[in-house]
Design a protein around this ligand. Structure first.
Ligand code: TYD
Length: 210
């Protein structure tokens, strides 16, 4: 089961993902927590360039997020999903559509096509949007990277972009108000995840016997 978490800066994704991962593990589920950009040694190098260098050409930035994703899909996500793990991923292709197309202004059709190529079509079953006003989110940050330092208008386009994407595909997306307390946000996210997990198909009784 592939579950992604998305949203503007300061929505508390990493805290919520850790808590939900712990809860699901406590129920005996095999869980993998991962993130983009920056999984593995190649990802860590790409992340360092993306978040901590000076201004980067927009298409160069796009291709670096996609390069990181392609490697993440092949080396981490697909193997974990094939091993039937519950995969909780902090940002994925929707961040590219929102940050690089909605906010940065790159052609959305091209971004979607390149995303499909980079992921080889791997799409999350559920995407939780931790939604909040970027003015509130940015105040919560203790350190800032290259993207956090973008002007407030950029971050407003990010928030709007996520809300537009969520409305495009309500079956996949759930929106959670990230200004609620951490316990409340965790409760809501967990409820949505349990709902999806309850629809998982039971294995066929004679699977593997011929
Ligand atoms: P990170 O420190 O992981 O931030 P956060 O805790 O907000 O997720 O930094 C990731 C940054 O990269 C974040 O500002 C969003 C941005 N980003 C993109 O612009 N495009 C992408 O495809 C991805 C995955 C992230």
């Amino acid at each position: 089961m592939f579950i992604t978490f998305e949203g503007p800066e300061g929505g508390g994704k990493s805290t919520i993902i850790q808590r939900i991962g712990d809860r699901l593990r406590g129920e005996g589920r095999d869980v993998l927590v991962t993130r983009e950009p920056g999984s593995g040694t190649v990802g860590a190098k790409i992340r360092e360039i993306l978040l901590h260098s000076e201004a980067i050409d927009s298409r160069c930035e796009l291709f670096m997020f996609l390069a990181d994703r392609a490697n993440h899909v092949t080396t981490v996500l697909r193997p974990a999903l094939e091993a039937k793990k519950v995969v909780l991923c902090d940002r994925y292709s929707d961040s590219t559509v929102v940050y690089q197309a909605h906010a940065r202004g790159l052609d959305p059709i091209g971004v979607r096509e390149l995303n499909a190529y980079a992921t080889d079509g791997l799409t999350p079953t559920l995407t939780v949007l931790l939604d909040l006003d970027p003015e509130i989110g940015l105040k919560r940050l203790t350190t800032k990277d290259r993207l956090d330092d973008e002007p407030i208008m950029f971050h407003r386009r990010v928030r709007e972009g996520f809300l537009i994407e969520a409305k495009r595909d309500p079956n996949r997306w759930r929106i959670v108000d990230a200004t609620k307390t951490v316990d409340q946000v965790e409760f809501l996210c967990y409820a949505y995840i349990k709902e999806i997990l309850s629809h998982e198909q039971d294995p066929l009784p004679f699977e593997g016997l011929g």
